[in-house]
Design a binder for this molecule. Structure first.
Ligand code: PLP
Length: 401
């Protein structure tokens, strides 16, 4: 594939982010001289343990927790989601019902499908056309057999935010464990585990400028949960295995920076995202926004281009040095419209052409200008070769069924 290497614009930050330079600098000593094991009794270990404790507190602050021991470090967001759900089921062995939504990340959804095969009952709460959750349905689904309700904070594909505080109130009224997958919320909007009243909350470092391979699970003091790995006593027995110290230092620094930059997300990043979105929606009659316009994290825009293929858009954009996504990184590669857009009832003709642009605090005005200058050519070329679009009449070809 020929690429214009003059420009390189990364708008796929919901898939992963670049590690912040400050994060890299904070980690470096722990990859060189400070290699001690935080569990060791000697000075090498003890001094490292202090820094690990500092990082734990920084992650606690990012999610609004008061106690550092409520943070368990894991390998990824996926592992945190698995620990939350499997660890709860392992404790409440007699409860065999799980509630989640139809639009969760595979880290939750695929696990629930597997649990169904193992004999658990799973309720998948539907969403409406704007991607908003049916709260009445959720409320009606809770019963005495429910072990856990696991709902995401913000959707990775559309950015739509779920009303987790309202859900928390509903779930805790019934005394049931509430897990929130906040992987796409952390670092983009304020998180307060005490307002949400959740027992468990997942974050993943590489989504907010820490490196890949470090996640965390907030576990409210007193929450009943069993480990899913068997081994030593690390992480107070909740996640055995020698700690990934450089990763932990990295996520701690990234959490501090994320808190500092929350205001910038709400203002500058949102303004850039809206400019990109309006620039596209205002120009193309075949473009529509997927997901609620208001209740969204400030960095995400998912746009459906009717009558053209999302994968083709991505390839043409990539040729021009622009990285975007046609859905979640895990599902791109398959030509099926994403499960999120299908759950929202997005028409087939538009779901296929859906493209996700996700910005970060490193995205610049110039980059957005560049993307806006490239998109008309890309969409125009693809409409020209689309069998569903009449170029002479500038309208869709009538489909005879
Ligand atoms: N949950 C959500 C909402 C996500 O977007 C992702 C990753 O895209 C995950 C969980 C999994 O996180 P990780 O990549 O750290 O395993």
């Amino acid at each position: 594939m020929k690429r214009n290497n003059k420009q390189s614009v990364y708008l796929d930050n919901n898939a992963t982010t670049m590690a912040a330079p400050e994060v890299f600098d904070a980690m470096a000593p722990f990859l060189r001289g400070r290699y001690g094991n935080p569990s060791s009794m000697h000075g090498f270990g003890g001094s490292v343990a202090k820094d690990v404790a500092g990082a734990r507190m920084s992650v606690a602050e990012l999610v609004g927790a008061v106690n550092d021991f409520e943070i368990v470090f894991t390998g990824t967001g996926t592992e945190s989601d698995n620990l939350a759900i499997l660890g709860t089921l392992e404790y409440y062995k007699d409860r065999r019902h799980i509630i989640t939504s139809r639009v969760e990340h595979p880290a939750v959804l695929s696990l629930c499908k597997k649990l169904e095969k193992d004999g658990y009952r799973v309720t998948y709460v539907p969403v409406d056309g704007a991607g908003s959750l049916d709260l009445e349905f959720l409320k009606g689904s809770i019963d005495d057999n429910t072990a856990i309700v696991s709902i995401m904070y913000a959707n990775n594909e559309t950015g739509v935010i779920f009303p987790v505080e309202e859900i928390g109130a509903l779930v805790k009224q019934r005394g049931i464990t509430f897990h929130v997958d906040a992987v796409q919320a952390a670092g983009k909007i304020p998180i307060d585990v005490n307002k949400i009243r959740c027992d468990l909350l997942t974050v993943s470092g590489h989504k907010f400028h820490a490196p890949k391979g470090i996640g965390a699970l907030y576990v409210r003091r007193g929450t009943r949960i069993r480990p899913i790995l068997i081994g030593g006593h690390q992480e107070k027995g909740r996640r055995p295995g020698t700690e990934n110290v450089p990763g932990i230092i990295g996520i701690g620094k990234a959490a501090e920076l994320a808190l500092e930059h929350l205001g910038e997300y709400a203002a500058r990043v949102k303004r850039l995202r809206d400019r990109l979105e309006q620039g596209i929606l205002g120009k193309f009659s075949n473009a529509r926004l997927n997901g609620d316009k208001e209740k969204r994290v400030p960095n995400t825009s998912n746009i459906g281009f009717e009558f053209i293929e999302g994968e083709a858009i991505l390839l043409y954009l990539d040729e021009q040095g622009i990285a975007a996504s046609s859905g979640s990184a895990c599902s791109s590669g398959s030509l099926e419209p994403s499960h999120v857009l299908r759950a929202m009832g997005v028409p087939f003709t538009s779901a296929h052409g859906s493209t996700r642009f996700s910005l970060s605090r490193y995205t610049t005005e110039e980059e957005i200008d560049y993307v806006l200058s490239v998109i008309p050519g890309v969409v125009g070329r693809l409409l020209e070769i689309s069998p569903y679009w009449d170029n002479a009449k500038k309208e869709p070809v009538p489909i005879n069924l």
